[in-house]
Design a binder for this molecule. Structure first.
Ligand SMILES: Cc1cc2nc3c(=O)[nH]c(=O)nc-3n(C[C@H](O)[C@H](O)[C@H](O)COP(=O)(O)OP(=O)(O)OC[C@H]3O[C@@H](n4cnc5c(N)ncnc54)[C@H](O)[C@@H]3O)c2cc1C
Length: 427
């Protein structure tokens, strides 16, 4: 039976975000990091460890943006696959980019181990799965790209896939190791505590309203800093910049009541894995530590909606229908359901770089994935500390996009981004 479930991020029910103090008055620092998501926390960590005095200024609470709402797949795959990178950039550059994202996976993993972070950390393989025969071509291409670039990969066809997923309704898949699942909200909250304990000051409930020269302004305070790194992902355009370069996509995430061990085995006859399919607006699922199934997805119309969708009933039904179709012999009851938006660019690679008119400001946005965000935060810090620049051009807002600014003005953002993403993924 499908109930109407009010939108509610399950993770906040397990742990109250409890924002820390607001920014009041005037302060000075070496660096201000705007945004306490995965990118901002990673950036602040590197800068602090290099001996700089860092302040994080966060609009709500650390993890309040995309980073604290996720399904916690920690895999280099997110919005863009290795096969697409290989087609676009050739083997050398595709591998460099992939290794960069893998560095983000390692940053997160090392922090969990180093600080003993309790975040429902579970090593789980990734499984990219085909919904149909054209999806299988896509899967096969991804497998070949992985093999060509020297990554472990196992390809399943429509028969062998049943050994690892208990469904008659998939046409194959590619599986690979060295990935894990976690509760990303717990991770962000824990990293905030670690950084605070080590001397990084964090102000929450303090939205930066404007940046002028070396100063950031919030409703009740201001900070002067040598450098300002804005890790605000999809919110960057709210500050009046990169309005054509950063937009968002919306996805919906539901979580079931705990499954019996028998039902877990029916879905995952082998090991539990993090699974997503080949559709443009894809569905994804994985098992949490308490045997709940996280299920995500959406549809084309709402993926590119301008604002967060409050009425999630339609998506409760869609996710339930998806899972009923794939696993008809398992009774799953969804308990929580919530929408979330993440920043994206037109070609699904990130947007980073200095402000055109103010070179003490550096932006990190459109990360499209937690490992990406973590690697980018670290890159922005290294850029400042050591002049790191090997991806400056690739991730610059000035790079070439298939749909340029003039055409974008005619098509408007939702159509521009939907078309551009189709091209980035499939052509
Ligand atoms: C439902 C959902 C599921 C997802 N699942 C996965 C997944 O399983 N695996 C994966 O890799 N990725 C996943 N993602 C994508 C991933 O969450 C994002 O790409 C990533 O978290 C971006 O991190 P970020 O730090 O750049 O942005 P955010 O986490 O959005 O952080 C930006 C921060 O800046 C703050 N901010 C904004 N404006 C201001 C301002 N003016 N002043 C101060 N602070 C400001 C925000 O409050 C926010 O905390 C998912 C996203 C969603 C929405």
């Amino acid at each position: 039976m499908i109930k109407n479930i009010p939108p509610n991020v399950y993770w906040y029910n397990l742990k109250d975000p409890k924002p820390s103090k607001k920014l009041l008055g005037e302060l000075k620092a070496d660096i201000v990091v705007v945004g306490g998501g995965m990118a901002g926390l990673s950036c602040a960590q590197v800068l602090h460890e290099a001996g700089l005095q860092v302040i994080i200024v966060e609009k709500d609470f650390c993890g309040a943006g995309a980073s604290g709402k996720t399904s916690g797949f920690i895999t280099p795959d997110s919005e863009i696959e290795l096969g697409s990178l290989l087609d676009t950039y050739g083997p050398e550059k595709a591998k460099r980019i992939w290794e960069f994202v893998i560095s983000g996976v390692h940053i997160i993993q090392k922090n969990i181990e180093r600080y003993h972070i309790e975040c429902d950390y579970h090593k789980q393989d990734s499984l990219f799965i085909a919904n149909n025969t054209s999806g299988f071509k896509h899967i096969k291409k991804e497998h070949e790209a992985r093999v060509q670039l020297g990554y472990t990969s196992t390809l399943f066809d429509s028969n062998t896939i049943k050994k690892v997923i208990g469904s008659e309704n998939y046409m194959g898949g590619v599986r690979y190791p060295d990935t894990f699942g976690m509760n990303s909200f717990f991770y962000c909250q824990a990293m905030k505590d670690v950084l605070c304990k080590n001397g990084v000051v964090t102000y929450e409930q303090s939205a930066v309203e404007r940046i002028v020269g070396h100063e950031i302004f919030t409703p009740h305070g201001r900070i002067t800093a040598d450098h300002i790194i804005v890790c605000a992902d999809r919110f960057i355009p709210d500050l009046g910049v990169l309005k054509k370069e950063i937009y968002h996509v919306q996805t919906f995430l539901g979580i079931t009541r705990p499954l019996s061990q028998e039902n877990v085995k029916k879905i995952f006859p082998d090991d539990a894995m993090m699974v997503w399919d080949t559709d443009l607006v894809y569905n994804y699922f994985r098992l949490t530590g308490d045997n709940r199934l996280l299920i995500g997805g959406g549809d084309l119309l709402y993926t590119y909606a301008r604002n967060v969708t409050k009425n999630t009933a339609r998506f409760g039904r869609q996710l339930q229908n998806y899972i009923n179709k794939k696993f008809p012999n398992i009774d799953l009851e969804m308990e929580f359901l919530w929408p979330g938006m993440l920043g994206v660019s037109k070609d699904l690679l990130p947007i980073i770089g200095p402000d055109e008119d103010n070179d003490c400001v550096f932006y990190v946005g459109a990360a499209s994935g937690l490992p990406w965000a973590s690697a980018l935060g670290s890159y922005a810090a290294d850029h400042l500390l050591h002049g790191r620049n090997e991806f400056d051009e690739d991730f610059s807002a000035k790079r070439h996009f298939v749909i340029g600014r003039r055409m974008q003005s005619l098509l408007r953002s939702p159509v521009t981004y939907a078309l551009s993403h189709g091209i980035a993924k499939y052509l």
